[in-house]
Structures are given as structure tokens and as C-alpha cells.
Design a protein around this ligand. Structure first.
Ligand code: SF4
Length: 293
């Protein structure tokens, strides 16, 4: 019998109450079967039976918008599945939803937050009050002891504020803080020049981020940026003296599969050739390769 050791990504909603300017879910195919409770239960049963899963990672669009969310979660728990929930956490600004989620014992709530204030975050989500609700959601979830991780996409609107975002999230007592480069699919492709910063432009802000984390002993990860813009050696040193860590390898494997990255001729002489995930083809088409040494 296959060992039960895997989490399976699973979508339960075709809608989102944010409309992020770089959202990579916007080109998701419409599912053949609607997201009804019955269909979802059957899919869960099949995943358990066929894939021998240990847990489910609810992701894509905004899972909390499924009207049967709590029934779905209860069903998963009745099947002894661990649950990770990718969410903008806006519904957790309402305390009664936090109480309900607490009772279900969710393993991890992974929350998308892209700024340290409403001006930046709401401009990115293009949804008024989204910052206020997401920040309140995080506070409420932390107040009941939930494990909260965050995902911040580094884009043209926020890259100058990375260290401020880090300190803000640390102040909210978030358990794990991840920064991630723009994925140019869906809205990320449609709005490429509006959202994708040049890697050379973000270098000083990554440096500032690193220094802030080191000074205040805050752990974070940074992914989906080519190694040549990360002063990789410095981060390797950082790993030894502070709790910094990288997730590039793991993410690189996934990203290479889905997102059209390539390596250039000039990469062949690069020391990080094997470890680096490369560069999005569209990035080189739009911005050229002059920045890469
Ligand atoms: S492999 Fe290419 S993109 Fe990656 S770090 Fe080296 S030069 Fe940069």
C-alpha cells in the first residue's frame, strides 16, 4: 500500500473577493463539475482512496467563498485529513468565523498580504478595505493560537517597502513569512509591465530586508528571484548566523514545471547554474538580458 505522506492541492471556489493585479489564478480553467458539496466530497473520497493523501491544501481563488466552506472542512477532518488553507483571511475579520475555524484544528492558514498599509495592499488587490480585513483576520487568528504563514508577492508597487512589510508582519506575530517574485501567468502576464519590477531595481531593497531580518532576528524566505540578484553567498552566510532560510530548491522544481523559465547562454558559466531556477522567458522578451552579468 502506498504510504500516506502527501498533501494535495485542491480548489473549492471559482471566485475571489480580491482582484490582485498580478493574480496568477485568473487563467485557471473553469472546472467541468461545479463546486457543490456533493462533488467536493466525492473528489476528497477519491483522493484518499487513489492518492492515499495525508492532507489537503485548499488553494486557488478564495476557498473561503465557497458557501459550504465549514461543511467541507468538517468532512475533511472526519476523514482525518490535515488541512492547510490558502486565503486572504478577510472572512476572519469576523470573530465567529475564527471560533469555527479554531474548533476544526486547521494545520496552517497561509495568508496573502502584499503591503504594510491600506494604500499599498488595497492598490494591489484593487479591493477597498481588503487590508483592514486581512490584518484584522491575522490578528484574530493569532489570538486563538492558529499557525499563520504569509505570502507577499514582490511587485512594482511594494518592492521599496519589503523591510517595512517584514516588520509589520513580525509585529502581528506571524509564524512564517514568505516573499515571492511575481509569477507572470494570468493577471501577472496581462499586466506584466505594471507589476514586474526589474530584478536589478529590487536588489537594494532585498539587502535592506536582509538587514532588518538579521537585526531583529526575524525568519523569512525569499523565492522565485534568480540567484544572481540575491547575493546568494551572503544569504548562505546569513543562514549560519541567523535563522534565515531559503526555499528556492523546492519551489524551483515546481516552478520549472509550470512557468516557462529558461537559462540564457550567459548562464552556462554561472556558479549557481544547477541551483538557480532561471528566468521567465517573458521577462527576457520584455526587459532583455542586459541586467544579467
Ligand atoms: S543561472 Fe542564470 S539566472 Fe540563474 S543565477 Fe546564474 S546567471 Fe542568474
Amino acid at each position: 500500500m502506498k504510504k500516506k505522506n502527501n498533501f494535495h492541492q485542491f480548489a473549492i471556489s471559482a471566485k475571489c473577493n480580491n482582484n490582485c493585479i498580478f493574480c496568477s489564478d485568473k487563467n485557471m480553467p473553469i472546472p467541468k463539475k461545479p463546486y457543490t458539496l456533493d462533488n467536493i466530497k466525492k473528489s476528497i473520497d477519491s483522493l484518499i482512496e487513489v492518492n492515499k493523501i495525508k492532507g489537503i491544501f485548499l488553494t486557488s481563488n478564495e476557498p473561503t467563498l465557497n458557501k459550504d466552506l465549514f461543511r467541507i472542512l468538517q468532512y475533511m477532518r472526519s476523514k482525518k485529513l490535515e488541512i492547510k488553507l490558502n486565503t486572504n483571511a478577510r472572512i476572519f475579520s469576523i470573530k465567529k468565523n475564527v471560533e469555527r475555524i479554531k474548533k476544526l484544528g486547521i494545520t496552517e492558514l497561509r495568508i496573502s498580504i502584499h503591503g504594510h498599509n491600506a494604500r499599498i495592499h488595497d492598490a494591489i488587490t484593487r479591493s477597498p478595505n481588503s487590508f483592514e480585513q486581512t490584518a484584522a483576520g491575522i490578528k484574530n487568528l493569532k489570538s486563538v493560537g492558529a499557525y499563520v504563514s504569509t505570502n507577499t508577492v514582490i511587485c512594482k508597487m511594494n518592492y521599496q517597502y519589503l523591510s517595512k512589510i517584514l516588520l509589520f508582519l513580525s509585529g502581528l506575530k506571524v509564524d512564517k513569512i514568505d516573499f515571492f517574485g511575481v509569477k507572470p501567468t494570468g493577471n501577472g502576464k496581462k499586466n506584466f509591465e505594471l507589476v514586474m519590477p526589474r530584478f536589478s531595481a529590487i536588489v537594494p531593497y532585498i539587502d535592506e530586508l536582509y538587514k532588518s531580518g538579521k537585526q531583529d532576528n526575524i525568519t523569512f524566505s525569499l523565492s522565485n528571484i534568480p540567484f544572481c540578484f540575491l547575493e546568494h553567498e551572503k544569504f548562505k552566510v546569513g543562514q549560519k548566523i541567523t535563522p534565515f532560510y531559503y526555499q528556492h530548491d523546492k519551489l524551483r522544481l515546481n516552478l520549472d514545471t509550470f512557468t516557462n523559465k529558461i537559462k540564457m547562454d550567459k548562464c552556462k558559466s554561472c556558479d549557481d547554474y544547477e541551483e538557480c531556477g532561471g528566468v521567465y522567458k517573458i521577462y527576457l522578451e520584455k526587459y532583455g538580458s542586459e541586467e544579467f552579468k
